[in-house]
Design a protein. Structure first.
Length: 200
């Protein structure tokens, strides 16, 4: 077997500081190199600017603590540039699909109804719908509850911002999913739970 390759992990955020260090004369850089402990002969090494070590440790502690702050949101220019790149990539994908299937037209735009339908289908499958004949339904009741709750949060957060048809569809889907959930959980409650295993 070959030896494990040796490599060094470099913190790229410190490139500017490293460039400034490299621009100093060799005689000025030598004492600093002598002061550093010798690197181990094997295994990965992290090369960082020692002046920033305390700040990095405090930032790591904040990240581990509950309720740490999220990184700053992208700027409007960054979001616009990313959206343009995403749209161009999606257009190339559509062009490839149409090249393979010339009869296929342009893909319809994704709407709010598609989002609601996605939640609906996911919840129904989690509650055992769509099971093929002669197969036992696989029910994920906890997952179904989470999906229905997510749809409820969506209804709360979009209240007042939907068209009449969008709101009607959302409320109807929520009502139907909750009714299916109630029926399923009532059947689960009617079943006698198995006795707990005896302790040895």
């Amino acid at each position: 077997m070959s030896e494990t390759p040796k490599f060094t992990v470099i913190d790229r955020r410190k490139m500017k500081a490293e460039e400034e260090t490299e621009s100093t004369p060799a005689s000025a850089a030598e004492p600093k190199q002598e002061a550093e402990p010798p690197a181990p002969s094997a295994g990965p090494q992290l090369v960082v600017n020692e002046a920033k070590t305390a700040e990095s440790e405090s930032a790591a502690e904040q990240a581990e603590a509950p309720g740490f702050e999220l990184p700053p949101a992208p700027t409007a220019a960054e979001s616009h540039e990313q959206k343009a790149a995403y749209d161009a990539s999606a257009q190339r994908l559509d062009d490839l699909i149409r090249a393979q299937n010339p009869a296929a037209g342009a893909q319809p735009p994704i709407t709010f109804e598609h989002l609601v339908q996605q939640f609906y289908v996911s919840a129904m499958i989690q509650m055992g719908a769509g099971t093929q004949e002669n197969q036992k339904p696989r029910v994920d009741i906890v997952g179904a509850r989470s999906t229905i709750d997510l749809l409820g949060i969506l209804a709360e957060k979009t209240r007042g911002n939907l068209t009449a048809s969008e709101d009607q569809m959302l409320q109807s889907v929520l009502f139907e999913l909750r009714m299916a959930f109630l029926e399923l959980t009532s059947m689960i409650n009617l079943q006698t739970p198995p006795p707990p295993p005896e302790k040895l």
